[in-house]
Design a protein around this ligand. Structure first.
Ligand code: CAA
Length: 283
């Protein structure tokens, strides 16, 4: 299959990044959020990102216009009937994702491959709500999508080889390096990353170091681009907590118990950069 038409549903931080790189790669992209104002926000963000590339001399004005011209914005799922591949990047909520995939399964033509950008939910479970579980796969991108080289591909139990080939094709088209993971909770990267971020929250909670010292220590001591608390704020504390809760439920292992401080921050609505406050204050 040659993917020409890509649909992206949910255009928050991850979805808008996927839309941008796909349009830059020459694909025709249909982007949708059920909330139209999020479409407007994503559009502005992509225009800003591409304009920065023009300023740096990495993209011409014509290419910027052509890239934006390849993106169509909609709020209607009905428009997705004729896509080759549809990537879901909505909120990390299993019920919401299941509901969306049931609807997409009704709307999309037989050829359409469905994919989820979930960072922790069972891909097999999502595939099973559709009548095309063989044409279903996990495509996990990383934030910021235009910068991060990795695409983690997750095969559901039911994914067939033709669908896996589509995942490899989209990875190549978007200039990402592929790593394939089995469908086990949080896959490879988040299974490793999220307990590390949680441990940093515990280190803060127990007063072992200040937030600044924890981040500085990890950046200088391990050569990480961001410290773990800064990275948690970047990813979203709600996302970090949601992944921890999935790991805890799935494996029943106490090592995945979320730090109470993290849970409290989420209860307070301190979700990190996106709300202006998390471990740090961005106001
Ligand atoms: N969109 C597009 N480009 C961006 C960008 C964005 N949001 N943010 C930064 N960039 C680009 C810059 O334009 C710059 O490009 P050039 O080198 O061509 O000039 C380059 O990235 C470096 O940016 P900066 O100099 O502004 O800043 P930096 O050197 O501090 O890098 C960073 C910023 C790339 C975000 C870096 O701090 C980093 O790699 N942080 C770690 C990110 C990470 O771990 N992401 C994974 C999170 S986990 C996840 O996503 C999975 C999940 O399910 C939770």
């Amino acid at each position: 299959m040659s993917i020409q038409k890509l649909g992206v549903i949910g255009v928050g931080q991850m979805g808008s990044g996927i839309v941008q790189v796909a349009a830059q790669a020459g694909l025709t992209v249909l982007a949708s959020d059920k909330d139209g104002s999020r479409n407007e926000k994503a559009k502005a963000k992509i225009e800003k990102g591409l304009s920065r590339l023009v300023e740096k001399g990495k993209l011409s004005d014509e290419d910027l216009k052509a890239t934006l011209g390849r993106i169509t914005w909609t709020t209607s799922l009905q428009d997705f009937a004729d896509q080759d591949l549809v990537i879901e990047a909505i909120t990390e909520n299993p019920q919401a994702k299941e509901e969306l995939f049931k609807q997409l399964d009704e709307i999309c033509s037989e050829k359409t491959v469905l994919a989820t950008n979930t960072s922790s939910i069972s891909v097999t479970r999502l595939a099973a709500v559709t009548r095309r579980p063989n044409k279903f796969i996990g495509l996990h991108f990383f934030n910021p999508v235009p910068v991060m080289k990795l695409l983690e591909v997750i095969k559901a139990l039911s994914t067939d080889e033709a669908t896996y080939a589509v995942a490899k094709e989209i990875g190549e088209k978007l200039n990402k390096q592929i790593v394939t993971a089995q469908d086990s909770a949080a896959f490879i990267v988040n299974r490793t990353l999220i307990p590390f971020l949680n441990e940093a929250a515990f280190v803060l909670y127990e007063g072992v170091g200040t937030a600044e010292d924890i981040d500085q220590a990890i950046k200088l001591g391990l050569n990480h681009p961001m410290g773990p608390l800064e990275l948690s704020d970047f990813v979203g504390l709600d996302v970090v907590l949601a992944v921890l809760d999935v790991l805890y439920r799935e494996f029943g292992d106490v090592k995945y118990r979320a730090c109470p401080l993290l849970r409290k921050y989420v209860e307070a609505g301190w979700l990190g950069r996106k709300t202006g406050r998390g471990f740090y204050n961005y106001a």
